[in-house]
Design a protein around this ligand. Sequence first.
Ligand SMILES: [Zn+2]
Length: 157
Amino acid sequence: MSLLTDWSTASGEVLLHFSDSAMAVLQAHVQTGQRPEAGGILLGTVHDHGMFITHATAPSRLDRQFLTFFSRSPRGHRAVAQRLWRASGGTIRYLGDWHTHPEDVPSPSVIDLREWQRLAIARNDNRPAVSVIVGRHALHVELMHSSGKRDQLTAVV
Ligand SMILES: [Zn+2]
C-alpha cells in the first residue's frame, strides 16, 4: 500500500491529512496472506478547511479478529480517545473509524455504509464521520454524513 497522506474531496473543500504515525498503524495492518481483518479509530484535530488525523488506534486485545470480520470492542479504543482528548486540552478528538479489507482496492460493504451512517448520526458535533478502509494496494477514504450523503476523497499527489 502506498503512503498517500493528503486527501481531498472532489470540490477541494475538505482536506484530510494523515500523520506519518497514523499512516504507519494503517500500513502495519494491511491484509496480506492470512492476516485477520483489523480496525480501530481515527483521532485528530479539526480545522477550517480540513482535518488532521494525528492518531490511528491499533486493534486491542479486547477486539476479536477474523479473516473477513472484525468485531471492535469500543472499550480499548475509547480509553485511548479519552486520554488523548484530555492530554491535548480537548483539541484531539474522535474523527472516525478505519478497518481493513482483504481486497486490493477496497470498497465499502452495505454493512460498512450502514455502520458509518450510524456513527455519523451518533456524533454530537454534526460533523461527518471519517471512514477509512485499508486495502492491499489502496485506501478508501470517505466522509459519511448523518443524512447518508457520502463524499469520497481522493489522494492529492
Ligand atoms: Zn468493511
